[in-house]
Design a protein around this ligand. Structure first.
Ligand code: HEC
Ligand code: HEC
Length: 405
């Protein structure tokens, strides 16, 4: 995490504004920094960020706050039935992707195309959103504020103008200067930074308060079934889940249950997404269409960032397109993708199975073949039905808010 002062400097520099003139060699810090580069204390930023996060008046419809889609009661993920959210000016624009939880993003590295993972594999990693296209949480916050199917503001000045009319505009002025709203670019940059500061509050965004965390702290024992579930989750020949949903302690912190890596696991097309009514529309993750800088890198088409599986048991929509509605379906998919593809993929006109039906046929097959996704038809599945029960029991220990009972 960068010090907020540095972030504010970079955001202020990116915006048109008075140049920062280097001061004399020996100057007080205040004299060296232009007023717009002085950052309020982190706690002040975070509390302003909290007010913004839950404020629907910052959307064109007046009905949508960040917290509407990212609900703290659901680990800052979607409330039941709301993962494929509706937004826009008229609250009628459908989403193309499932709302992720905003917890446990604190360890996400900057996006990189050639990262060497612990196991020696090299590939893309990091960044924010399912395709890693936002480089930081403050850059990310701009996306929903301006997206036509989300908060639908016309531009930065529109956001700044709405902000100037909020009940907490005075607090904004107190923190950033009385004239903050006279420079919409600067007000907008400040808004993105306070949203970021809010999303860095540990108790809210990485509380490590699950039953499994209590177990790691030595406060309780797991049940035998949960213990079997952990072993299967980690066993490279069984679930092998931990190879992507990292289960080990890192940098002194409990496991994030993701290593923020990108792979194509061959998620089926979701016919319930209105965008998919167009047979030529494909959400290909790293290679577009939302992400625009890697569209020619076909080797990365269909690559999405692996999410943390913390708090996954309270979701009702799984994967980037929300195609599955239960953990059991997800587990069956991992176990059976190549054994019974007809259970997951649409049919071709001739009745044969169209495997990996959410990828255009022109893109070379780059679908992951790591266990348990390494079977050929007729082979034994990696997991039995009772193994699946055990893994689900373990995943349920990863829900935050365990009260000690
Ligand atoms: C209409 C529902 C909706 C609203 C409102 C919304 N988001 Fe999101 N959020 C999403 C979806 C969907 C994604 C996934 C986007 C993608 O992958 O392109 C997402 C992704 C994110 C991510 C990236 C998470 C990750 O795993 O990398 C962050 C951070 C985030 N939102 C923060 C915010 C903030 C801050 C606001 C308010 C300014 C906000 N969101 C408003 C639906 C919403
Ligand atoms: C090769 C890497 C890899 C392996 C192995 C793997 N996953 Fe995943 N997992 C991913 C990626 C990538 C995604 C997101 C894919 C997408 O949305 O297109 C994902 C998504 C998920 C999700 C959906 C979470 C959400 O918020 O939507 C769950 C649950 C999950 N995996 C559980 C598991 C379990 C349990 C195992 C072991 C049986 C496992 N994964 C094995 C990479 C992997």
């Amino acid at each position: 995490m960068l010090p907020l002062g540095i972030l504010l400097v970079s955001a202020a520099v990116a915006a048109p504004g008075p140049a920062v003139v280097p001061g004399p060699a020996v100057a007080s810090p205040a004299a060296r920094l232009a007023p717009e580069a002085q950052s309020p204390p982190a706690a002040v930023m975070a509390s302003l960020g909290r007010l913004m996060f839950f404020d629907p008046t910052l959307s064109a419809s007046g009905k949508l706050a960040c917290g509407t889609c990212h609900d703290p009661r659901y680990a800052y993920g979607p409330p039941p039935g709301k993962a494929l959210a509706i937004g826009g000016k008229d609250m009628a624009q459908p989403a193309t992707r499932a709302v992720p939880s905003l917890r446990y993003l604190h360890g996400a590295p900057a996006f990189s195309e050639q990262h060497r993972f612990l196991d020696g594999d090299v590939g893309p990693v990091g960044g924010f959103t399912w395709d890693g296209r936002a480089g930081s949480l403050h850059e990310q916050a701009a996306l929903p504020l301006l997206a036509a199917n989300e908060m639908a503001n016309a531009g930065p000045a529109d956001v700044a103008a709405k902000l100037a009319h909020t009940a907490y505009a005075a607090q904004f002025r107190a923190a950033f200067g009385a004239d903050i709203f006279s420079d919409p670019q600067r007000a907008y940059a400040a808004a993105l930074l306070v949203l970021e500061a809010f999303q860095q509050i540990p108790e809210e965004f990485y509380p490590f308060s699950s039953r499994y965390d209590a177990f790691l702290r030595g406060e309780l024992e797991l049940t035998e079934q949960e213990e079997r579930g952990v072993s299967l989750f980690k066993d490279p020949a069984k679930g092998n889940c931990a190879s992507c949903h990292l289960g080990v302690t890192r940098a002194g912190r409990p496991p994030p249950f993701t290593d923020y890596d990108f792979v194509n696991v061959g998620v089926p097309r979701n016919p319930r997404l209105p965008a998919n009514a167009d047979p030529n529309y494909y959400d290909l993750g790293l290679c577009g269409p939302l992400r625009q800088d890697m569209t020619e890198k076909h080797e990365f088409c269909g690559f999405f960032r692996s999410p943390s599986v913390r708090n996954t048991a309270i979701r009702d929509a799984y994967f980037h397109n929300g195609v599955f509605t239960s953990l059991r379906e997800v587990l069956h998919f991992y176990n059976e993708r190549d054994l019974f593809p007809e259970r997951y993929y649409a049919r071709n006109p001739d009745g044969s199975v169209h495997k990996f039906d959410d990828m255009p046929r022109s893109i070379p097959n780059n679908v992951d073949r790591d266990p348990p996704l390494d079977r050929d038809p007729g082979a034994a599945p990696a997991l039995t039905e009772s193994d699946i029960d055990d893994i689900i029991a373990f995943l349920q220990t990863l829900t935050d808010g365990y009260s000690g009972k």
